[in-house]
Design a protein around this ligand. Structure first.
Ligand code: ATP
Length: 410
């Protein structure tokens, strides 16, 4: 396969292909060379959905973009430190254009030193052969440039690094290899697999900063098959390199019970919870710290452990108000996780109980000549719980409940 033009145009929405053509014509006019690269090229060949167009430009990408966007209605973000610009036409059409570069790793797992390079250097600095192809956007639109047999590897479903030091330079590539393996059902070539294990054995994951490990783990948890992704990491023994007590064990089976996605929860955090469900609270906190969790994310894992214990004390068929008070301090991810693996009634909180609101307010209590103070909170809380239990439905009934409640107390 050497020309992919029809395949690209077939798969792109009109707006995207018009943009490509315009960009190509402009590059020709400027006698400059521009290429589509990376994941977009891989996915075009695989016919896998992907509208994330990344370009490399031979020369100064920022001035090219500045010239191209003159008198155009488009938001341009420039990143001179990376010689890159992002063009945002709309929510669905945003592209990165970077200058071709080469990289040098000053030490294992450190960020690379970057300098201007050729297209070949730019492609060969990449992680795997399947991610190292380019497609010309110029006059010869659609021509494939493939210096490392990426096309053949892609057709065979093989993930292969370019050189022996690839995982030493950048151990995040271990996570990336698993990401593509699981997503496309590919195989990791045997030498690549050996190098990956050697990097793990040589403790290179330990050298990564929290933010880089977290980023990769989040991407894996957001993939379509988080269980398979985690099973692959477990098989490699990778979790133990994040924390020496990070043992997954039977937790993987929990994934079979929690394949539901909701808009109101953070998918990756939800899929992270099984990993720490069976570890101790102390280990979970250490793991959260190693991964650079935010306060809120750390809180979610602490609350998971607390709720797991408290759950033991919840009656077998709890009243809705019991479920309500159990859940209301918990993040949605924790509620949904526990409702999937342990107590399905908790799911009602998200779907139903959390939406219950009182019609009466403090003003109504004032009208009833109740003296203002902490009692207001107590009355409203009791009324709300009664409403959650379905005992009252209308405003009149709420007022009646308050009267009874106070009468009962006096
Ligand atoms: P996805 O479909 O998951 O977004 P992608 O391949 O597009 O996958 P990106 O992280 O957007 O992934 O990276 C774009 C390209 O940049 C990759 O295809 C690869 O060529 C290169 N790349 C990204 N990360 C690395 C890395 N850690 N080492 C070397 N090359 C990388």
């Amino acid at each position: 396969m050497s020309n992919l033009s029809s395949k690209i145009l077939e798969r792109l929405p009109k707006r995207h292909s018009e943009f490509l053509r315009e960009l190509g014509v402009f590059a020709d006019k400027k006698k400059s060379k521009l290429y589509l690269v990376g994941g977009f090229v891989r996915d075009i060949i695989l016919e896998y959905p992907n509208l994330d167009m990344d370009f490399v430009f031979v020369g100064d990408a920022i001035s090219f973009v500045s010239n191209f966007t003159k008198r155009k209605k488009v938001e341009v973000k420039k990143y001179p430190e990376f010689n890159t610009a992002t063009l945002v036409f709309s929510k669905n059409l945003r592209v990165d254009i970077a200058s071709c570069r080469k990289e040098k790793y000053p030490e294992p797992a450190a960020l690379p030193l970057v300098s201007k390079g050729s297209l070949r250097q730019d492609l060969m600095r990449r992680d795997f052969t399947i991610n190292s192809m380019a497609i010309s956007v110029n006059k010869n639109f659609g021509r494939l440039i493939d210096y490392s047999n990426g096309y053949e590897d892609l057709k065979k479903g093989i993930i292969r690094v370019h050189h022996e030091k690839s995982f030493v330079d950048d151990p995040t590539r271990i996570f990336r290899a698993i990401r593509f393996k699981v997503r496309y059902g590919f195989k990791i070539e045997s030498n690549t697999s050996k190098l990956m294990r050697k990097a793990l054995h040589d403790k290179l994951i330990e050298k990564l900063t929290p933010v880089r490990i977290k980023h990769e783990l989040v991407l894996l948890l957001e993939e379509k098959y988080p269980k398979e992704a985690m099973a692959n990491l477990e098989k490699l023994g990778l979790f133990l390199h994040i924390n020496k007590n990070f043992k997954i064990g039977d937790s993987l089976e929990l994934y079979d019970e929690i394949d539901i996605r909701r808009k109101d929860i953070k998918v990756w955090l939800f899929y992270f919870l099984p990993l720490v469900y069976s570890t101790t609270l102390a280990t979970s906190i250490e793991i959260g710290k190693r991964l650079g969790f935010t306060k809120k994310e750390e809180e979610a894992i602490i609350k998971l452990h607390i709720a797991k214990e408290r759950l033991k004390k919840l009656p077998k068929d709890p009243l809705p108000s019991k479920v309500y008070t159990f859940c209301r301090e918990l993040p949605g991810e924790v509620i949904y996780f526990l409702s999937s693996v342990s107590k399905k009634e908790l799911g009602q909180y998200l779907d139903k109980y959390s939406k219950v609101r009182l019609e009466i307010t403090g003003k109504d209590l004032k009208k009833m000549n109740i003296e203002e103070g902490p009692i207001y909170k107590e009355i409203l809380e009791k009324t709300l719980l009664a409403k959650v239990d379905g005992k009252i439905k209308t405003k009149e009934k709420e007022l009646e409940f308050v009267k009874n409640y106070l009468g009962f107390k006096q």
